[in-house]
Design a protein around this ligand. Sequence first.
Ligand code: PMM
Length: 431
Amino acid sequence: MNTLVMGVLNVTPDSFSDGGQFAATEAAIARGRALAAQGASIVDVGGESTRPGATPVPVEEEQRRVLPVIRALTAEGIETSIDTIHAQTALAAVAAGARSINDVSGGLHDPAMLDAAARAAAEHGARFIIGHWRGIPDPAHQRSDYADVIAEVRDALADRARAAIAAGVDSSLIVLDPGLGFDKTGQQCWALLAHLDTLIELGYPVLVGASRKRMIAEALVGAGLEADLSARDLATSVVTALAAGSAWGVRVHDVVGSVQALAVAGAWQGARPAEDMGSAEDMADPPRNGISTADPITPGGASSARGADQVGGSADRIVLTGLEVFAHHGVFDFERQNGQRFIIDAEVAVDLRAAASGDALERTVHYGELAEAIVAAVERDPVDLIETVAERVADVALRFAGVRSAKVTVHKPDAPIAATFADVAVAVVRP
Ligand code: PMM
């Protein structure tokens, strides 16, 4: 898994200049833009501090701070999440373009949050990030009385995920977060990080938010070191490197440091022996654009060694890849309403010798017509599954004169999957 970086954007009066609301909004948008440019995949916008001892903010004020920022960043194609414990703000933020609701209370603070998350998931495909929480954070850590912090946080998160699903949130849109620093001592936070696999085993992506927290300062001071901001940021990047490949994401203030940490961790992990790594290479390879009559289907594969990948026993074929069609297939309401990209690769087995010897278009399949027919087949009436779409496209291809068989791959690169992924696709070979 490629761990993503979520950049923290706190739009609170103390986080930006005192030049008034407009100046603060503009400064926040500029900061969000900078975080994205530095490599944040998501900018996490919050209008109310959830740190221990922070003053609560009315939802109207919270929304006044965050909504213009989310709208502006979304308009620039920057993915945002809303960091809130209030259902009303979550819904307004998702309507403004936020792709995730990041609720550090996991729906416990606001009784309306789970229904809001279900609505946001169904209507917009929004993720629901569930933080572990025991109430408004207590600066004195009086609620950090765990007998077994790892088991208790794991069980509490599993409960919240079940509650979210019961309320209607699709499980593929749930992300879990151990809530580092929320009613947990530094030692308990480090124990949770050391046992991150226990949370990952629940089967949901896991987000880690250690950035600049007291646990970081305690680790530095405990080693007799300074714990100023730059030291905390460097230490946070080390946490990122250690979480790389297992956490779905890290929520950090210093995006540059974490991006660098992930690059180094990636180089380290990428140099491991091949048998340590997954083998989903074929499906994960992003679709390529273009058309050819050569041999481009299997990444790195030689046509003579194709085996089961061979289409209809013929060596000759026409290959059309990366055909992009906008359509409304999918099981979710928002997929049916909003539509998304489908990328089609089609490989048809045709004897090309007669066409080549006579340089005759009529002796082969006109690839422009094939492309047109495929686009029409994918665009028409929406269905739930890309399996159905692939079958439909194969059927269309087989109707072209001279086509003996067809291999069709339908990619859905923007599918609603909470984890970071390159592509999801199905392939059928017919007849
Ligand atoms: N921590 C804070 C705020 N939002 N969201 C998630 N998902 N996880 C966290 O650990 C988390 C969060 C508080 O930290 P900040 O004041 O530095 O933003």
